[in-house]
Design a protein. Structure first.
Length: 324
C-alpha cells in the first residue's frame, strides 16, 4: 500500500465512519479526527456522539469538534483552536466525507497534499447534502463515488477517481448508502499511495449536467397522491430511513415504507383505496396505482400489510390524505 500517511479525517455519519475505519485499519496514521459536535438524539434527546466520534474514541484517536472553521466567523475561538490542532497534526492529506462544515481556504491549504473529498454521486450530478436520496427520488439508473480534490466551492473540485454503481429497483437510501459507504472506503484507501506518488490525474468537472441535492426536509415527507405512481414509489425508497413517507388516514399519520406500481381504473380520485387484499393496500395515484406492502402507525413498528391491517382495518373507498 506504500508508506503510511499522516491523515486528518473529517466526517460525521456512518458513511464517513466506514472510510475512517478502513484508513485506520490500513495502517495510516490518523493524526486528528474532526466531526460535528454531539447532538441531542433519541426519545430522551440526550447528547449523542457521531458515529465517527464513537469510532475515534474507541480507538484512542484525537478528536476535535469545532462549531465553525471561519476565523472571522461566528465561532472564532473554535476556529482558532481547530487551526492549532490542524497545524499540530502535520498531515500529509485531509480526507473529508460528509463532514457537515464548509472548509475555508486556510483548511484546504493546511495539509501537504490538500483535502480529498469522498462524495456519494457521479459529479457534477447531485452536488450538495443529499446525493443518495435525490438519485433514488429522480429515478437515476446509476450512481457512484467521486474522489475529489477539494476547492472552496460546493463540491466543485477536480475529480480524481470515479467508480459507478447501479441503483437497483429495490434500493432504499439505507441499502444504497451501505453499498456506497463500502465502495468509498475501499476507494480512499486505494487512493492514498497514488496521492503520495503524485499520480492521481485531476479532471475538471464538466459544466454540463450540474444538479444539486438539496437537504431533505421533514416537510417533504407528506405523500402527494396526485403524482404518478412510479414517482411516489421512488420517494418511499428515497425517504427510507429519513424522514419516511407519510400520509394521513382516518386522522392518523401513517408511514409508508414499501410499495410496487400497478395499473388503476380511470376516474378514481388520487389517494383513494381501491382494494385491500392479501397482496397489500391498493391506492389510486395521479397516474396508475400503488400496492402498499409495508406500513407503520405512529409509535408502532414497520409491518407487512397483512399484519398492519389486523390492527388497522381498511376498506375500499377510504382515502389517504383526506380530512378525518
Amino acid at each position: 500500500m506504500g508508506a503510511p500517511l499522516r491523515v486528518i479525517f473529517a466526517g460525521t455519519p456512518e458513511f464517513a465512519r466506514a472510510a475512517l475505519e478502513r484508513l485506520h485499519a490500513a495502517g495510516h496514521v490518523i493524526a486528528l479526527v474532526m466531526t460535528q459536535p454531539d447532538r441531542p438524539a433519541g426519545r430522551g434527546m440526550k447528547l449523542q456522539a457521531s458515529p465517527v466520534k464513537q469510532y475515534a474514541q474507541a480507538q484512542g484517536l484525537p478528536v476535535a469538534q469545532p462549531l465553525g472553521l471561519r476565523l472571522q466567523g461566528k465561532y472564532p475561538q473554535d476556529a482558532q483552536a481547530a487551526q492549532a490542532a490542524i497545524a499540530a497534526a502535520q498531515a500529509d492529506v485531509m480526507v473529508v466525507a460528509a463532514y457537515g462544515l464548509i472548509l475555508p481556504q486556510w483548511v484546504l491549504d493546511a495539509p501537504r497534499w490538500g483535502c480529498l473529498n469522498l462524495h456519494a454521486s457521479l459529479l457534477p450530478r447531485w452536488r450538495g447534502a443529499a446525493p443518495i436520496h435525490r438519485a433514488i427520488e429522480a429515478g437515476d439508473a446509476e450512481t457512484g463515488i467521486t474522489v475529489m480534490q477539494m476547492d472552496a466551492g460546493l463540491d466543485t473540485g477536480d475529480m480524481l477517481q470515479v467508480q459507478r454503481l447501479p441503483i437497483e429497483p429495490t434500493d432504499t437510501t439505507t441499502t444504497l448508502h451501505d453499498k456506497l459507504a463500502d465502495l468509498g472506503a475501499r476507494m480512499i484507501v486505494d487512493a492514498m499511495p497514488l496521492v503520495a506518488a503524485g499520480t492521481l490525474v485531476r479532471t475538471p468537472q464538466p459544466e454540463d449536467g450540474v444538479t444539486y441535492a438539496h437537504k431533505i426536509e421533514k416537510s417533504e415527507a407528506e405523500v402527494d397522491w396526485s403524482l404518478p405512481a412510479p414517482a411516489i414509489e421512488r420517494r418511499l425508497r428515497a425517504f427510507d430511513p429519513f424522514p419516511g413517507a407519510t400520509s394521513s388516514l382516518q386522522g392518523e399519520a401513517v408511514k409508508l415504507w414499501r410499495a410496487h406500481c400497478e395499473a388503476a381504473p380511470a376516474g378514481t380520485s388520487a389517494g383513494t383505496i381501491l382494494a385491500v387484499d392479501a397482496a397489500g393496500v391498493h391506492v389510486a395515484c395521479g397516474e396508475g396505482a400503488l400496492c402498499l406492502t409495508q406500513l407503520q402507525r405512529a409509535g408502532g413498528k414497520r409491518l407487512a400489510a397483512a399484519d398492519f391491517l389486523r390492527g388497522f382495518p381498511l376498506a375500499p373507498g377510504q382515502r389517504f390524505g383526506a380530512a378525518a
